[in-house]
Write a protein that binds this ligand. Structure first.
Ligand SMILES: NC(=O)c1ccc[n+]([C@@H]2O[C@H](COP(=O)([O-])OP(=O)(O)OC[C@H]3O[C@@H](n4cnc5c(N)ncnc54)[C@H](O)[C@@H]3O)[C@@H](O)[C@H]2O)c1
Length: 373
């Protein structure tokens, strides 16, 4: 295990070194990147999730040296026993059914996993003395989407047109209710010792995502098969960002909670600046610059399930209160993503460590507080 080229152990004020961290959803796209980064910082990582949802998958490619438990978050007894056994300091909750289209075909499983599963994770934390912090990962889709031209703020109402979005809106309401009822900041240090925050990010890209129906998966698999990818919704605008960007936000919030900063036990948006809210078609043209095998056509089938067209986040709170900002330009985000897959398919190499090191080095050069203090 390499540590320290950019002072990995010192990032986030060194809080994660020797910290025991439970990551739910560690076999998934974001969870595997997060577990990898935590491990690089010297954390003792315990993962709890179902088997990796795709083949290939980033988790297996990383061959992560962590305690990996295969289990369902709906299984309260198993969750309780894993937390009891490992006594984590902090829990990052990412396990979910994260796909809008799958939520149309299997709404009950989506709702049970994302709503009840989240409550079960909180229940297990409530019973475990060691837990000081919980960071619950929801989504920008938790907001009631009014197709506004401006971004949603943390205080805007929750909603959800499709079952996935509704499940994430509910997961936010449950977070709030647990924060009021069991992890109330006014009773922190007296009746309980847990600070709970939630994080809402938009669509992320980056190497190692093969989830069904995601744009990068469609692009990559079509390129490898020398096919044109069909774009369903070319004018849909999304706040694209590299997976490392929201992860730096989640880790920064985790740091504040572990340090006992009660005022951070709230909801947080982590999204890119306006410049990166671009259409699906523009994403394509950007990625194609780095991998010329990529080609596309517009899918004219009008019989598609509803998908939101415009969804932006207002991240002023993270900028001003947490001092968090993105690190990479949109061009670098697309370059790194395209190159990760190109390198994987053409020379069978996984670029995760070098992407992480470059990201951290760029964060240091840009003076990001989590990388420099
Ligand atoms: N990827 C994105 O663009 C994006 C955007 C916004 C929010 N999110 C949220 O981030 C989180 C991670 O998403 P991802 O893209 O890594 O998804 P993913 O599908 O790659 O990973 C999901 C993880 O959850 C686990 N899981 C699913 N059901 C489970 C269950 N019942 N019990 C235990 N584990 C279970 C899977 O095994 C996997 O480890 C999710 O909460 C998702 O809603 C993702």
């Amino acid at each position: 295990m390499r540590t320290g080229k950019f002072g990995m152990n010192n990032l986030f004020n060194g809080i994660y070194k020797n910290c025991t961290v439970l990551v739910t959803g560690h076999t998934g796209f974001k969870g595997s990147w997060l577990s990898y980064w935590l491990k690089q910082m010297g954390a003792n990582v315990v993962g709890y999730a179902l088997e990796a949802p795709t083949k290939p998958n980033h988790f297996e490619l990383l061959d992560l040296d962590i305690e990996s438990v295969i289990g369902d978050i709906r299984n309260q007894d198993k969750l309780d026993s894993i937390l009891e056994k490992h006594q984590p300091d902090i829990v990052f909750h990412l396990a979910a059914q994260p796909l809008v289209r799958l939520s149309y075909s299997d709404p009950i499983q989506t709702l049970e996993t994302n709503i009840i599963g989240t409550a079960r994770v909180f229940e297990a934390c409530k019973k475990t003395k060691s837990v000081k912090a919980i960071v619950n990962i929801t989504s920008d889709k938790a907001y009631e989407n009014k197709e506004w031209l401006w971004g949603y703020r943390e205080s805007d109402p929750m909603g959800g047109h499709d079952p996935y979005s509704a499940s994430k809106g509910c997961a936010e309401l449950i977070t709030n209710s647990y924060r009021n009822s069991f992890f109330n900041i006014d009773k922190y240090g007296v009746e309980h010792n847990i600070l709970l925050a939630s994080c809402r990010a938009g669509n992320v890209i980056g190497g190692g995502d093969w989830a069904q129906d995601r744009l990068m998966t469609d692009i990559v698999l079509s390129a490898v098969a020398n096919n044109k990818v069909k774009i369903r919704n070319p004018h849909a605008t999304r706040p694209w960002q590299h997976v490392l960007e929201p992860l730096s936000g989640y880790l920064a919030i985790g740091q504040k909670l572990l340090e006992g900063n009660k005022s951070y036990a709230e909801a947080w948006n982590f999204g890119p600046s306006d410049e990166k809210s671009i259409t699906v078609e523009e994403v394509f043209n950007n990625i194609k610059k780095y991998w010329d095998k990529i080609d596309y056509e517009i899918d004219s089938n009008k019989n598609q399930p509803h998908e939101a067209n415009l969804l932006k986040l207002d991240c002023s709170k993270a900028h001003f209160k947490l001092n968090w900002s993105e690190v990479w330009s949109s061009d670098k985000t697309f370059e790194k993503t395209a190159m990760w897959y190109k390198t994987f398919y053409e020379v069978n190499k996984v670029n995760t460590l070098s992407d992480l090191e470059i990201y951290i080095s760029d964060a240091v050069n840009k003076g990001r507080i989590w990388a420099t203090s």
